[in-house]
Design a protein around this ligand. Structure first.
Ligand SMILES: *Cc1c(COP(=O)(O)O)cnc(C)c1O
Length: 443
């Protein structure tokens, strides 16, 4: 197969102003045709991409440390993944798995059972988006337990459908004006060590007491928690926090759901971030990185929970699309063949190390945190934990002019998060940190 993108050199290259004239012209067209509600972090338009590099319509090579928000974990247009999807597309593109099946759907469910935490019998359902996976996890937990309540923790993010909006922490931009929201969703405080200064045990006691009092454990079908909160700012909870929540769920017949839409599939140097915390969730949601850009998502978990639904209760027209399933199966093969978990760990070592060095130089960096290829820095007023919210927009605008794409996160917009492809070279990672250093010195 000939790939148009194979010749993209893995280097930063600025040939026009960014955005360049062709991007700006496209952005003008967009304004007349695309809903104003659809965001545009950068008015830059992409012509091709490969590995860690986006090539824009003006020919600039932009180093992508956002990966389409954690989707291109294996790198843009990975040859093996594109080939698997292309080969599938030539044979057939759709049957609807619930009408007539195909192997890649079954194979992907086998792989998900194998690589999610826990050695018990597991089953999966395949879907189209992270939000749809979270919705289905809740549906399945309610059917299994016969209970209505859904518990979530503060600073969480779960999607843009009505139920998942109801589960989000941050009103702007996700929820504001889009209500009424779904009922029986109960929000409780999280563990946020930089700000709450609580141990894992203390934070867990607070969360559990809150849910016990506000919702009542016997009314809860599930607790849905990201092991590392993504949109919330890559918040790594204090040691022991998540295992204590899981134990409380197990003791009270509440289904523990790990929302690994952002943290799953090699992102943290493990298949799932839950592994770092010794968690064995009842259900796990997967999306973003699993298809490498081909649209697919899943709920995976204990067979008896996954089988609670009546026949026909789960599904959807496009769920487990054949090209996407083929791509995802190939990604699992590539992880093993090319030791991509090791590569994610390397990215974490190099990037995390350089960011911690940077912290010594700039006292506005309150914390460097993350695991593997999921790293972040949070900016706070020196000597306090008061968020500084104007630094991140300044740095990301500065970086884009130099051909470096950086994403923000955090409830207060004061977190710079890094979601590089695991194939990003040490050289590109260090170059990125040097640009951030420059930007911090220039402000
Ligand atoms: C992105 C994200 C979602 C929503 O996924 P979509 O594919 O955008 O619907 C849900 N949960 C987490 C943790 C996410 O990061």
């Amino acid at each position: 197969m000939n790939s148009v993108a194979t010749d993209v050199t893995q280097e930063r290259l600025v040939v026009t102003e960014i955005p360049g004239p062709k991007s700006l012209a496209l952005h003008e067209r967009r304004k007349n045709a695309v809903s104003a509600g659809v965001g545009a972090t950068f008015p830059v338009y992409i012509e091709r991409a490969k590995g860690a590099i986006l090539v824009d319509v003006d020919g600039n090579h932009i180093v992508d440390l956002g990966g389409g928000i954690g989707v291109n974990t294996i790198g843009h247009s990975d040859d093996a993944v594109v080939e698997a999807a292309f080969e599938q597309a030539q044979r057939f593109t759709h049957t609807l798995f619930t009408v007539t099946g195909y192997e890649s759907y079954v194979r992907l469910c086998e792989l998900l059972a194998q690589h999610t935490p826990g050695t018990f019998a597991k089953k999966s359902v395949l879907l189209n988006s992270g939000a749809e996976a979270v919705e289905n996890a809740v549906k399945i937990a309610r059917k299994f337990t016969g209970r209505p309540g859904v518990a979530v923790i503060d600073h969480g993010y779960h999607g843009r459908t009505n139920l998942t909006m109801s589960m989000n922490f941050k009103a702007m931009p996700y929820n504001l004006g889009f209500g009424p929201f779904a009922g029986d969703v109960h929000h409780a405080p999280n563990s946020y060590p930089l700000h709450d200064k609580l141990s894992g045990a203390e934070a867990a006691a607070r969360t559990i007491s809150w849910l016990d009092k506000r919702a009542g454990a016997t009314d809860l079908a599930c607790l849905v928690v990201e092991p590392i909160q993504g949109e919330g700012g890559f918040i790594v909870p204090a040691d022991g926090y998540l295992p204590a929540l899981q134990k409380w769920c197990n003791d009270n017949g509440i289904v523990y759901v790990s929302d690994e839409v952002q943290s799953g599939i090699m992102r943290t140097g493990a298949y799932y971030a839950s592994e770092h915390f010794g968690l064995v969730p009842d259900l796990v949601t997967t999306a973003k990185g699993v298809g490498g850009g081909f649209v697919i998502a899943a709920v995976t978990g204990r067979a008896e929970i996954m089988d609670a639904s009546h026949v026909g209760g789960l599904g959807g027209t496009f769920g487990g699309n054949p090209m996407s399933a083929a791509a995802a199966v190939q990604i699992f093969e590539e992880i093993e063949k090319r030791d991509l978990l090791g590569e994610a760990q390397r990215v974490g070592r190099v990037l995390g190390g350089a960011l911690r060095e940077l912290q010594k130089k700039h006292n506005v960096i309150g914390e460097v945190r993350g695991i593997g290829a999921m790293q972040a820095i949070e900016f706070t007023e020196p000597g306090t934990d008061t968020p500084i919210s104007d630094i991140v927009p300044f740095i990301s605008a500065y970086a884009m002019k130099k051909g470096l794409l950086l994403l923000s996160a955090g409830t207060y917009g004061n977190v710079l998060r890094f979601l590089p492809a695991v194939v990003t070279s040490d050289e590109l990672l260090l170059d990125a940190v040097a640009i951030i250093d420059e930007a911090l010195s220039a402000r």
